[in-house]
Design a protein around this ligand. Structure first.
Ligand SMILES: *[C@@H]1O[C@H](CO)[C@@H](O)[C@H](O)[C@H]1NC(C)=O
Ligand SMILES: *[C@@H]1O[C@H](CO)[C@@H](O)[C@H](O)[C@H]1NC(C)=O
Ligand SMILES: *[C@@H]1O[C@H](CO)[C@@H](O)[C@H](O)[C@H]1NC(C)=O
Length: 453
């Protein structure tokens, strides 16, 4: 009898395994490492990924400093892809001779298992590039495991609408410059993957649509199933020390007294109105002031100015007129029994939920609805039983307001902080700060000059 059960069990396990294996489409890997190490250090990790039967591996972007070593890096990666027997995707800067100048071009480059370059997606760094231009269409490549991938640079998921993605379900994304200290947009990547229910293999991790995100240690490896997960997962966020001051938002302070009973507030900016319903339970004294905010305007990103529409709740250390100083909180002592945010956005299907909390939020406590009636562009985000919420909002795009930026940018400035773009972008404040510093310097120099006279 025991043996009989054993056989049944054995068959069950085999059956389950067969089901699982037949669902497995491919194995993806991401190497999380700064680029400060010499290239050779990648070798061991690439071999390790090869031994783990990774089909496609995304390496961190190389920096603009390496643009002169383009050929050397390409031949190294080609050799590695061949030896480890996997697809390698990375981001390389290339210095191109253009008339008598050098033009810097960014490349998403893909090697197949034989080490051949199967896809190159090139983008000039500046919009005054004379010898290179961005392709107008999504660059794609098909692998020997039967999947067609779209090749994206980090800004693409912000710049383009869903039509650009041509209905593809799998994407690789690179293009963050680690050296410039730019955040990897981990948060937005997971939200983008979640809302569009597509696989996004990026430097920040492997995002599998409604199936959630994975990022762990030095090398993240995940099997991608053919049917994407259907279990909604809150796009979870690493804690980033927020310090910027969003001043272009329209703010209204959250009234904690009123919210203990539950209350509704509407904040509008230009064409966007955000309705907030907040019910809180105060769990102790708090020095956080929450701001309810709306933003509907144009913001710079990369070489472009883009239309952005945001509805958000921020935890502010101090809230003064139209600015909110974000504090480095871990614990806000405010317990949200419920927050719902609803906005009347301009464009359909171009909104993403953003949640930044230092506490875990179970999946069941999160609801995102971007389809409130077929004609409607009303989008709602709802959280119940949320703790230590630092930022919470709906990031939306209004593509009709996009234009090419008139300013060219130097190399280091051509990188962008999507996180900053989503929540705040205080160029003016920064300029003021620099100006104050320069003025101090001028005063010091003047005194020095006067003394010498
Ligand atoms: C591109 O051409 C314009 C005008 O012909 C010139 O002013 C500019 O310096 C060129 N840029 C580069 C990067 O060569
Ligand atoms: C928040 O938590 C981190 C890590 O646990 C800690 O390093 C930091 O000092 C804390 N910050 C505050 C303001 O408590
Ligand atoms: C959103 O609502 C406000 C106030 O009702 C209105 O002025 C605005 O036109 C609406 N925006 C859209 C895109 O419908």
């Amino acid at each position: 009898m025991k043996f009989f059960y054993f056989v049944i069990c054995f068959m069950c396990v085999n059956f389950l395994e067969a089901v699982c294996l037949s669902e497995r489409t491919y194995r993806a890997g991401v190497l999380h490492l700064g680029r400060e190490l010499p290239i050779k250090d990648d070798e061991s990790v690439i071999y390790e990924a090869g031994k783990m039967h990774v089909d496609i591996l995304v390496l961190p972007s190389y920096s603009a400093k390496d643009s002169g070593n383009y050929d050397e890096i390409v031949s190294f990666l080609s050799k590695m892809a061949k030896q480890a027997g996997l697809y390698i995707v990375t981001h390389l800067y290339e210095s191109v001779k253009c008339h008598h100048n050098d033009e810097i071009v960014r490349n998403n480059i893909v090697f197949d298992r034989k080490g051949s370059v199967v896809s190159v997606y090139r983008n000039p760094v500046s919009n005054f590039a004379n010898c290179s231009s961005s392709p107008s269409e999504l660059v794609e490549f098909t692998t020997d495991f039967g999947i067609t991938f779209g090749s994206l640079m980090m800004e693409d998921i912000i710049l383009h609408d869903v039509q650009y993605m041509k209905g593809l379900k799998n994407f690789v994304m690179t293009g963050a410059d680690a050296e410039a200290g730019v955040l990897d947009a981990a948060q937005f990547s997971s939200s983008w993957s979640y809302v569009n229910d597509v696989v996004l293999i990026s430097e920040s991790g492997i995002h599998t649509g409604k199936g959630g995100s994975k990022s762990s240690g030095r090398l993240t490896v995940t099997d991608i199933q053919s049917g994407l997960g259907s279990k909604p997962v809150v796009p979870s966020v690493p804690v980033i020390n927020p310090s910027q001051v969003p001043s272009q938002y329209i703010f209204r302070p959250l009234n904690l007294e009123a919210s203990s009973q539950g209350y509704t507030e509407t904040v509008c900016h230009n064409n966007l109105c955000c309705e907030f319903y907040v019910k809180t339970k105060n769990t102790g004294p708090t020095d956080v002031s929450y701001g309810l905010a709306a933003f509907d305007d144009v913001r710079p990103i990369s070489r472009y100015n883009i239309g952005v529409q945001n509805c958000a709740v921020f935890a502010c250390a101090s809230l003064y007129k139209r600015s909110c100083n974000l504090g480095p909180y871990n614990n806000t002592n405010v317990y949200f029994e419920k927050i719902s945010i609803t906005g009347n956005f301009t464009k359909q299907k171009a909104q993403y939920p953003i949640i930044h909390s230092t506490s875990m939020l179970p999946t069941e406590n999160f609801k995102f609805d971007s389809n409130l009636g077929s004609q409607s562009t009303r989008v709602a985000l709802e959280i119940v039983d949320g703790q230590n919420i630092l930022k919470l909002g709906i990031f939306g795009r209004d593509f009709s307001k996009d234009s090419e930026s008139i300013f060219t940018q130097s190399n280091s400035e051509s990188t962008y902080d999507i996180y900053e773009l989503i929540f705040n972008d205080d160029v003016q404040e920064f300029v003021d700060y620099v100006w104050i510093r320069i003025r101090i310097l001028i005063v010091v120099v003047s005194i020095y000059v006067l003394e010498m006279m």
